[in-house]
Design a protein around this ligand. Structure first.
Ligand SMILES: O=C(O)CCC(=O)C(=O)O
Ligand SMILES: [Fe+2]
Length: 252
């Protein structure tokens, strides 16, 4: 495993970088990968074969090693090295708290086996949603290229269609955000389709004290550029047929 250049200074445990303003549980590591690693990953994303991209109305995405079919991962190949290292090895190297195992120690495959790559140009977002039952309830998101706010919502008591915005998390480039437990199961998350995030302050941003560069946002504003996210999760069900599928069933 490659621990990477010395520039990253990982916390001794996730507990040390917990977003304490939020219900259980979210963790934010501002400097999770280096600028060189960010550039290398973005290059791999951008030069992936065209067939890897799925174009939605405003956003495009890639899934590795493949899409899910009925909540099941059919393609059981391991993640390619550029998605595995340094991200997965680093996630697995951090204990939950002193002397405890890492956050995937209780998951069926003991590690993330699936990565969703989403690209958000300015003015694009994702509707508030929950991630559902296909995954072990731990989501690890690496942000690349630009900062933006992830909004956390709760359903309104009266069952209204619009969930209520309750917190915002600012995700800087090269950061890692981990959400789990109630934040995974009880709350919705989404990204507003705006070109500027506004009203950023210590009071409105849950992870303000964990940011790399809070001074960049002292005017309360974040001008968005294209932000690419890598979402790492452990898909609970993996098809036993996966390894035997012929190349016809696989995307490159
Ligand atoms: O890009 C992100 O940070 C969020 C993506 C997301 O919520 C999802 O893919 O389920
Ligand atoms: Fe999601």
């Amino acid at each position: 495993m490659n621990p990477g250049p010395a520039q990253v200074n990982l916390p001794p445990s996730l507990e040390a970088c917990r977003i304490t303003a939020l219900p259980p549980a979210a963790y934010y590591i501002a400097d999770f990968i280096t600028e060189e690693e960010e550039e290398a990953i973005l290059h791999k994303v951008e030069t992936a074969p065209k067939a890897r991209w799925r174009q939605l109305t405003h956003r495009r995405l890639q899934t590795w090693p493949s899409d899910l079919v009925k909540d099941t991962l059919l393609d059981a190949r391991p993640l390619p090295d550029w998605l595995e290292n340094p991200v997965v090895s680093r996630i697995l190297s951090i204990p939950l708290s002193d002397g405890e195992p890492n956050i995937f120690a209780g998951s069926p495959h003991l590690r993330p086996n699936h990565v969703l790559i989403n690209e958000y140009p300015p003015n694009t977002g994702i509707m508030p949603h929950k991630d559902g039952g296909a995954y072990y309830p731990v989501v690890c998101t690496v942000s690349l290229g630009s900062s933006l706010c992830l909004n956390l919502h709760k359903n309104k008591e009266d069952g209204a269609l619009d969930p209520e915005l309750v917190w915002r998390i600012l995700q800087e480039p090269r950061s890692l955000l981990i959400t789990t437990a109630d934040l995974y199961s009880e709350y919705l998350h989404g990204i507003e389709p705006v070109s500027v995030d506004v009203n950023l302050s210590e009071r409105s941003i849950a992870n303000w004290n964990l940011l790399r560069s809070p001074s960049l946002y002292k005017d309360g504003v974040n001008q968005r550029e294209t932000r690419t996210s890598l979402t790492y999760r452990d898909v609970l069900k993996v098809s036993k047929l996966g390894n035997k599928l012929g190349p016809m069933f696989k995307r490159l």
